[in-house]
Each structure stands twice: as C-alpha cells, then as structure tokens.
Design a protein around this ligand. Structure first.
Ligand SMILES: Nc1ncnc2c1ncn2[C@@H]1O[C@H](COP(=O)(O)OP(=O)(O)OP(=O)(O)O)[C@@H](O)[C@H]1O
Length: 766
C-alpha cells in the first residue's frame, strides 16, 4: 500500500475520531443533565410523600402522585442508562472506528462505505461508519470484487464491488491496512489468531468468514443446523448471529426472548462478554442440568457429567440398549401413543389431603375426569378436571365459612387485622361484610389445598410414567430386564433421584397430559454442543418452546457422552425428527483455533479427519511424552508446566475423567497457582488448571497438556472422540503425556506429525 493512501486513510480516521470525541463530550453533558434531573425528581418525590394518608381519599390521591413521581424517576433513569450505553459504544469506536471499507458502484453511482461495530452518523446525517449488520455491510463479508448483491427489506439489490480494504486500527491509529479480493483475508486472521487467549471469548466481527456469515445472517429457516469441526467458529458465529438478529428485528425482538443452552457454567462465563462488546445485552443462558433442575423441584436429576463418570466404571450392554431406546425420538412417540389411549382408570390420580385427612379423594377426581367426552384432548380434560376441583373447593369454602369456629375467629380479629382484610371495600349490609371476612379466613386456611390443585398435585406423574413404561417395552429388550429397570426407577424415586434418560420423556408426558410447561414468548433458541443432547431431549425442548426458531450447533466428532453407545448419525436423525420444518444445514470444515500442526494432528485421530482443513498458522508439532511410571509422568508434567508458563498465562491439563484430575492435582506440586476445576466453577483463573475434558467443552487454552493418553485409558472406540476434543482445545501448544504404552489412536500416526520422547523417572530431559 503506498504512503499517500496510508496518509489519506489515517487523516480520515483522525477526522472521524475527532467527531466521535465531540459526540462523547455532548453525550457526557446530556448525561450530567439527566443525572441532575433524576436527583431533583427524587428530592421532590421525598417531599411529596410527606402528606396526610390517614383519610382514604387522601391515600388514593397520594398514591397517584407517588406513582407519577415513580414513573418520572424510572424514565430519567432509563434515559441515563441509554446515554451510558451510547457513551460506552462511542468510546469503543473512538479506539477503532472501523475495520473495513468497500467501494461500490450502484446504478452508475460510486460510493465508499466504512464498516465498524456500530454506525456513526454526523450532524449532517452522513454515515461515517456503517454498522456491520446493516444490509449493505453483507458485501464486505460475502463478496469478491465484481458483481455482488445484498439483501434489503425490499429484496436483493445488485451492485459492483470495486474495492475491499481491511484495517487494523488501535487507539485511533492505523496499524495495518491492505486491499483484498478475498472475503476477509488471511493476514488479518493470522494477526487475530496468533494472540494469546483471554478469560473471555472475543467477538470476530472484523474477520467473519463467508460461511460463518451465512450462519449469522440466516433469517429464513425455522431450524438452522451447523455441523462444524472443532475450532471452526460455531460458538463465535452463534453469538454474532444473536447480535445480528437483535439488530435485524429491533422492533419485535429483545434479548429476553432468546435463550442459549450452553454446555457448562464455565462456558457461560467465557462467552459472556461477546454481546456487550457488540453493544447488545446478553441473552438468557441455561445448561441442560439447570433447565431440568428447574422443572423437577424436589428431585435430583442425574447430570450428564455424573453419568459420564459412572459410565467409565460400568455400562453393560443391556443398560446401553435401554438408554438408547429411552433417548430416541421413537420413545417420545410412544408417549404420544400412550396419551391417545390412556383411559381415566389408568390415570394416577391421588388423594388431596388437608390437615392429615382426605379433602378430595382420588375416586372423586377420577369420576370428574371420566365424565368428560372421550374424544376431548388429554390436556383439555385435565384442565377441566382441575377447574371443577377448584370450583368445588370454592363451594366448600363458602359452606365452611358458616361454621361456628369461623364466627369465633371473626369475633377475635384485632382491629388492624380486620381493617387489613376489609381494605377499601364497601358492603351493602353487615351480613355481607361478615361473610366476606369469614370466607377470607377459610380461604387462607385452605390455601394449601388450592396450591395443591393449582400445582397439579392431584396426579402422581411419577406413577403415571411408571405405568407408561410398563406398556412401552421394546422388542429389543427382554421383558424381565425392562421390569428390573422399572423397579430401579421406583427405587431411585424413593431416594428423590431421577435418571437423565427419563427426564425428557417424563416432562413430555407431564406437559402433554396437563397442558402445561410451554413457553410461547421465546422466539429464538440456540443449542451449543448439540451432539450432547438426545433426540428425545431436543424434541422435548422444541415442544417446550413452540414459537422459537432453533439454531443447533455442534460437532459429531466431539461426542464425549454418547459415542460409545449411539448407533445412528446424529445429523441424519435430527433432519428426520424435524422434517416438517424448514431446515438449513451448514457445514464448517475450516478450523481456526489451533496452529496448523495441532489441527492436523487432531484431525488425523479421526477416521474422517481429512475433511478438516487447518488454518495455516505456524507452531511446534504436538509433543508426546511417554514415561514408565506415574511418578515420571508427574515430573514431566511439572516441567512442561514451567516451560509453558514462560510463554503463556494459562496452561490447562485435561484428563479423561474426574478421578484422574483429582489424583493428578494431589500429586502435582507446583510453585505456580494450580486450580482443580469443578462443575460448580464459573470463572477461569490464570495459572495451571486441571479439569476433566467435559468441563472444558467449548473452551480453549493457549497450552494444553493431555493426561494420561496411554492405551490403558484410551482403548474403547468412543475414546477417539474424547482424545480429539482434548487435542482441539489447544491454541498454540499441545503436550500429550502417557504413562506406559500410548493409545493405539496415536500409534498409527505418521512420525512427522508428533515429536516423541520417552523418559524414565528421574531422567533429565534434553
Ligand atoms: N472468523 C474468525 N475470525 C477470527 N477468529 C475466529 C474466527 N472464527 C473462529 N475464530 C476463533 O477460533 C477459535 C474457535 O472458535 P469457536 O470457539 O467459536 O469455535 P467452535 O467451532 O465453537 O469450537 P469447538 O466446537 O471446538 O468448541 C476462537 O478463538 C475464535 O475466536
């Protein structure tokens, strides 16, 4: 790039930054004014409340005045927070106002546009910077020079792309700029990817790749499925997509109407800064365990992590068959069939108790249900039954209000209690007033019955599910095995526990039978690491959020939890289950996270690994250290940590399971801070971290030490996916430590792919 061009571009940056400075000053002044306004209203508000509130009319008037003041305060506070937000965004722009420029010709007119994280419009309404999400900015990510088109609300528009320029601007100074004909050039990516990892994930707005852009800007499909290899930017793209959707549907969508299912809490923390850095609020986040936990109060639902650990010790073939069946879509369909044929006699109604005595008995409840038309939908019948019970309860309240004990209680009410019951009500007669108070007393007393009805406690859903299971056996599973499973289900229930495989089908049965559990407000649902979900869970989640569009992302090769028993290809199953919806399936094969040697090594572990394209970034080949004892391994790990910490702030030691992590943590004595991570952790500290791989899902680290990659630990077919997931967490350095013979997945690799060293205890490494 010639000097004159650089100078011209820098002059423009400087001019834009000056205007941004000015705007920040203006906004700061406005903010100061807004703060003063809030303070003065609050002061006023205090004065206004000091009025007579003894008379009812005064009280009503005062309430209205107070409400008005409150609204005023709320408005000025909101105004303040909008200003604060604008200032934050302007300060970001001040550092780096844009990262791209496109020159286009449209209908014979030339135009030059600069693209940044947010729009900046000057006083004369000139767009000095275009938001990266504006329709026209799509050209920057998608187009190569020549004819291009971009989507607008009025349909596609044709243009000619004449120039595409990329900038790296820091503190208002151009550090680098170059013209490119590629979508977003390699040099920019090299620069970004070479940096050290951070506690938080960064946004990729300046370097979004074309295929990622397709994910971000898809607004047409009900279901978007992204199969992307490790490090291909799935999570990055999903977060950019959320920011894009919020911008695209500003009028009708807010962050409250989006929910992201994330793999673990560390991950939730890790990604929590991306949206704020793009000027958007975070969406809601939930892990599967949290989602299920909220829906089964009082029961402890087995978590994926607990089950994984358990499976490592024992997972017999019969148990695998049962789990496979329960996790299939066919099993949910069996629930559906069961619902269609279930008769009142089969419904597990239970007595409703009050004060140790039956208040509504189950026969009465069953009779109400039985009297309803056979053809009525199960959920409607249930709701009608519930309403009838509530009506009967109200009738009994009215009758009970005439009882002597109630009259005595009314007589004994203190003046204050009496007043608080009556409030501002006026009655035509004394009898009316008395009845009102008496019914209130009985209603309070029987609130527990009302709650039981309201919360559907008059049906035992766990028993109902057991009944369903007795009818839903599979031809694949011997009847006595199936019966033993049901007995074990009951046994678990006694201990307030529920197996994970039963959670989604049970919820589906409960919701369909009682007509509850659906959230109609949610508009977008994002599921990261979709391969960790079963078809039954996904179908249930879709049912629970009926109006939500789904974005599912994952990697079939990072299947830690089900690879050892799943038989069908996940994506095939998914497209079958959701076949009635419009689906867009996008595949990402290019991996950005790791250096070229690490990605090619990780890819070589997989049978279909040749589909994976490594981004060309230099680095050392992974190092395989084979030792003859645990002591020697610990010694080597200590050395490697010391070496790696000279270059990087964080080194993660990733193990296959929790037990290995615990043992290693106990033996590893490092001068640097060492942290054993658990499921409950929400933040990633610096230093050396030790964690089982399932807690590191979706995360990345500058340096990874995999332990213990010996044939003893990694021998089953499913272990291949585990090793691949571990290796693909490393950005710059990967060390694999094996106590004894390394696993066969590595034995077959070409020699150049790995640096290998064998060390015995006490031997110095060169
Ligand atoms: N277009 C891009 N520009 C810059 N960095 C990118 C881009 N795409 C991906 N990356 C970087 O590559 C790394 C991996 O991205 P991300 O975590 O989104 O991938 P993923 O597909 O979700 O990975 P995994 O499935 O292995 O967890 C991150 O550091 C991310 O910032």
């Amino acid at each position: 790039m010639d000097r004159a061009t650089k100078q011209q571009e820098q002059a423009r940056v400087t001019a834009v930054v000056a205007k941004i400075d000015q705007r920040i000053d203006d906004k700061n002044q406005q903010l100061e004014q807004a703060q003063q306004e809030t303070t003065s209203i609050e002061r006023n508000y205090g004065d206004n409340t000091r009025v007579n509130i003894t008379e009812v009319d005064d009280r009503i008037e005062t309430n209205a005045a107070v409400q008005q003041q409150k609204q005023l305060v709320a408005r000025t506070v909101e105004n303040e927070s909008i200003l604060q937000q604008q200032i934050t965004q302007l300060k970001d722009l001040q550092q780096s106002p844009y990262f791209g420029r496109i020159d286009i010709a449209e209908d014979g007119e030339r135009d030059t546009l600069y693209i940044g994280t947010a729009s900046f419009i000057d006083a004369k309404q000139n767009f000095l910077v275009y938001d990266w999400r504006a329709p026209i900015s799509g050209i920057y990510y998608n187009g190569t020079l020549g004819q291009v088109s971009y989507d607008t609300p009025n349909g596609p528009v044709q243009a000619e792309l004449l120039k595409k320029r990329q900038f790296l601007i820091e503190h208002g100074e151009i550090k680098n700029l170059f013209d490119t004909n590629e979508t977003v050039g390699d040099s920019m990516l090299q620069h970004v990817l070479g940096a050290d990892s951070d506690e938080y994930m960064r946004n990729i707005v300046a370097t979004i790749q074309q295929e990622q852009n397709d994910i971000i800007r898809d607004t047409k499909h009900d279901i978007l499925i992204v199969q992307g290899v490790a490090g291909s930017g799935k999570t990055s793209a999903i977060l950019q997509r959320i920011a894009f959707l919020l911008y695209h549907s500003r009028e009708s969508l807010n962050s409250e109407q989006m929910i992201l299912f994330s793999p673990n809490r560390l991950f939730s923390h890790y990604i929590s800064e991306v949206l704020p850095s793009l000027g958007e609020k975070n969406m809601r986040q939930v892990t599967l365990a949290e989602f299920l936990g909220q829906r089964f109060s009082g029961l402890q639902v087995e978590t994926l992590f607990e089950r994984y650990e358990q499976d490592q010790t024992s997972f017999p073939v019969t148990a695998q068959k049962i789990r496979r069946y329960k996790e299939s879509y066919a099993y949910l369909q069996a629930v559906e069939r069961y619902l269609k044929q279930t008769q009142p006699a089969q419904l597990a109604f239970t007595d409703v108790y009050f004060d140790g005595r039956i208040f509504f008995n189950k026969a009465e409840i069953a009779a109400i249900y039985a009297a309803l038309p056979v053809k009525m939908l199960a959920a409607d019948k249930f709701l009608k039954t519930k309403n009838t019970l509530i009506k009967r309860l109200k009738r009994r309240i009215r009758e009970e209000a005439k009882a002597d004990w109630v009259a005595t209680e009314v007589d004994m009410l203190s003046e204050d209690n009496y007043r608080s019951i009556v409030g501002t009500q006026r009655f035509v007669s004394g009898d009316d007033e008395f009845r009102f108070i008496a019914e209130k007393i009985v209603r309070d007393r029987l609130a527990i019955v009302y709650d039981a009805l309201y919360n559907d406690y008059f049906i035992d859903m766990y028993e109902q599910y057991a009944d369903f299971m007795t009818q839903a056996g599979s031809t694949d599973i011997a009847p006595d095995v199936w019966q033993t499973m049901i007995a074990s289900y009951r046994d678990q229930l006694e201990r307030h526990r529920l197996r994970l495989a039963d959670a989604a089908p049970l919820l589906y049965l409960r919701d369909r039978l009682t007509g509850s559990g659906q959230n109609h407000a949610m508009q977008h649902l994002f599921i990261d690491e979709m391969q960790d979900y079963t078809m039954a869970q996904l179908a249930y989640i879709k049912y629970a959020f009926p109006n939500a569009k789904l974005t599912l992302l994952g990697d079939r090769a990072q299947d830690l939890f089900t690879a050892h028993y799943r038989q069908q290809d996940f994506i095939d199953e998914l497209t079958t289950v959701f076949k009635t919806h419009s689906i867009n399936l996008i595949t990402l094969n290019k991996s950005y996270r790791s250096t070229y040697p690490i990605t090619t090594f990780a890819a070589a572990l997989l049978p279909q690994g040749n589909e994976i394209q490594a981004f060309t970034r230099d680095g050392n080949p992974p190092l395989l250290l084979t030792t003859d004892s645990t002591a020697a391994s610990v010694q080597q790990i200590t050395r490697q940590c010391q070496r790696l910490l000279l270059k990087h702030e964080t080194v993660a030691i990733l193990t296959k399971d929790r037990a290995t992590s615990n043992r290693l943590y106990a033996r590893l004595k490092l001068d640097t801070e060492t942290t054993l991570m658990t499921d409950a952790d929400r933040a990633l500290p610096k230093g050396v971290l030790i964690l089982p791989i399932y807690l590191a899902k979706g995360l990345e680290f500058d340096a990874v030490i995999a332990y213990d990659v010996s044939a003893v630990h990694f021998n089953a077919a499913g272990d291949r996916d585990i090793l691949y997931t571990i290796a693909s967490r490393a950005m710059h350095e990967l060390v694999l430590v094996s106590t004894g013979e390394p696993c066969e997945f590595m034995a077959a690799l070409p020699p150049a792919m790995l640096a290998r060293e064998t060390v015995a205890a006490g031997n110095e490494l060169s």
